[in-house]
Design a protein around this ligand. Structure first.
Ligand code: GAR
Length: 233
């Protein structure tokens, strides 16, 4: 098994991982991936970006990098797309791009179990809290209000249950006395910008195996998950 692992690491690192990214907003995490891809620091090819909002700045970032973009926000009549409609179009688009990995980077719609199960590649999500704590929204404010000492972000496998799939990696920081939800968000986002490329690198090299997201095979050298990254101020 370890020998097979090493072979698969060598094979995987020879060919870039085809990555599709789903976004809803600014796309600062998408930008980090674009920069790392363009610098040759990450063995990925971003094969396409799907936005569910036509005003997402992430679209400009993808266009500037000549990455194909699908904006799935409205139907022909101008009405906002329902989730079913979005998923039908997104499924077709993803199948056409044939990604090895689908990354939700600031994607703010809840996807159905059947979309996730039938997706053409494993799907990971970046969440701004230390899961399993603080699933859902307003994570920074809730962590401060609860008097938490630590906070951060997580990358997890997407499953039908919201923010509940296996946690692969986390970046942690200390909450300061003077932190507000805004300052904490800014600090957590800096952590995300390290955590996302780091996690994708580990996936591309087979250190994180999405078919065995607990890395619990007895005969494997792989570390137990989640892997944790401590952030300094
Ligand atoms: C990120 O902070 C991410 O953690 C959060 O949206 C932000 C997107 O930033 N995602 C969620 O809240 C998902 N539930 P970006 O568009 O600048 O990458």
């Amino acid at each position: 098994m370890p020998d097979d692992n090493l072979k698969s690491i060598a094979k995987k690192s020879a060919k870039p991982l085809r990555v599709a990214v789903l976004v809803s907003g600014s796309g600062s995490n998408l930008q980090v991936l674009i920069n790392a891809m363009q610098a040759g620091a990450l063995p990925i090819e971003i094969v396409g970006v799907i936005s569910n909002r036509e005003d997402a700045y992430a679209i400009t970032r993808a266009n500037d990098a000549a990455i194909p973009v699908a904006i799935l926000s409205h139907v022909a009549s101008g009405k906002r797309m329902g989730i079913k409609n979005f998923e039908t179009h997104a499924s077709a688009q993803l199948s056409a791009w044939q990604p090895d990995l689908i990354v939700l980077a600031g994607f703010m719609r809840v996807l159905s179990g059947s979309f996730i199960d039938n997706a053409p590649a494993p799907m990971i999500n970046l969440h701004p809290a230390l899961l399993p704590a603080y699933k859902g929204l307003d994570t920074h404010q809730r962590a401060i209000q609860a008097g938490e000492r630590h906070h951060g972000c997580s990358i997890h496998v997407v499953t039908a249950e919201l923010d509940a799939g296996a946690v692969l990696t986390q970046a942690l920081l200390e909450i300061n006395q003077k932190d507000t939800a805004d300052s904490l968000q800014a600090r957590v986002q800096q952590g995300e910008h390290q955590l996302l490329p780091w996690t994708i690198l580990l996936i591309a090299h087979g250190i994180i195996d999405l078919n065995n997201p607990h890395n619990d095979a007895e005969s494997s050298y792989l570390p137990a998950l989640p892997l944790k990254l401590w952030l300094n101020d």
